[in-house]
Design a protein around this ligand. Sequence first.
Ligand code: G3P
Length: 226
Amino acid sequence: MRTPMIILNMKSYREAEGKLSLVLARTCEKVALETGASIAVCPPMVELSRVALEVSIPVLAQNVDMWDATVRTGSTSLGAVKNAGAIGTLVNHSECRRLLSDIGHIVDSARGMGLTTIVCTNNVAASRAAAALAPDMIAMEPPELIGGDISVTTADPRIVEDTVRAVREAAPGVMVLTGAGVKDGNDVRKALELGTVGVLLASGVVKAKDPGKVLLSLAEGLVGRR
Ligand code: G3P
């Protein structure tokens, strides 16, 4: 994936159910093509394959339930995610936490399969610990700001800077994203100024009246700095 970047996590919002996830992904694709911004999407798991087949931008899973080729009803394996056309997966999102040992196992297995891992964390210490597992990226999101109106970059810029520093010390090759409350291009610009390679966001786009307009603003915040 090209950095700096914007990753849209559609979560399980009603606004992204069924074909709506494809509509959102196509809007992201259009803005990416028009502006040159690097934009990736994480559609709802049941829509992963449909979206990955239909758009040219990178598609990632929101989660992976298991990582070995054993049979478990209702689970999603790394192999299934790869076969659906995703290039990687979020791991340990705040709304879907994992044990550190399991995160390590997922990251290692995904690397072996050529899948990108973005490990979500909630603070500086967790980011340092997760970075030591050598995922491709860390996405630090303070849980109390998720889904809110104030961007982490405004509410707590210090935690973003400290995370970037801690990850750089622990594992210089691991890139850092931030998220929670991100709504517009200014938030993206600030995230880059604080040392990240971009943002992971959800409600600001998914629940917007005009997602395309918000995406344009986000993309301008991203490419304006190149
Ligand atoms: O995965 C992104 C997310 O947790 C941030 O959500 O709604 O604050 O952009 P939101």
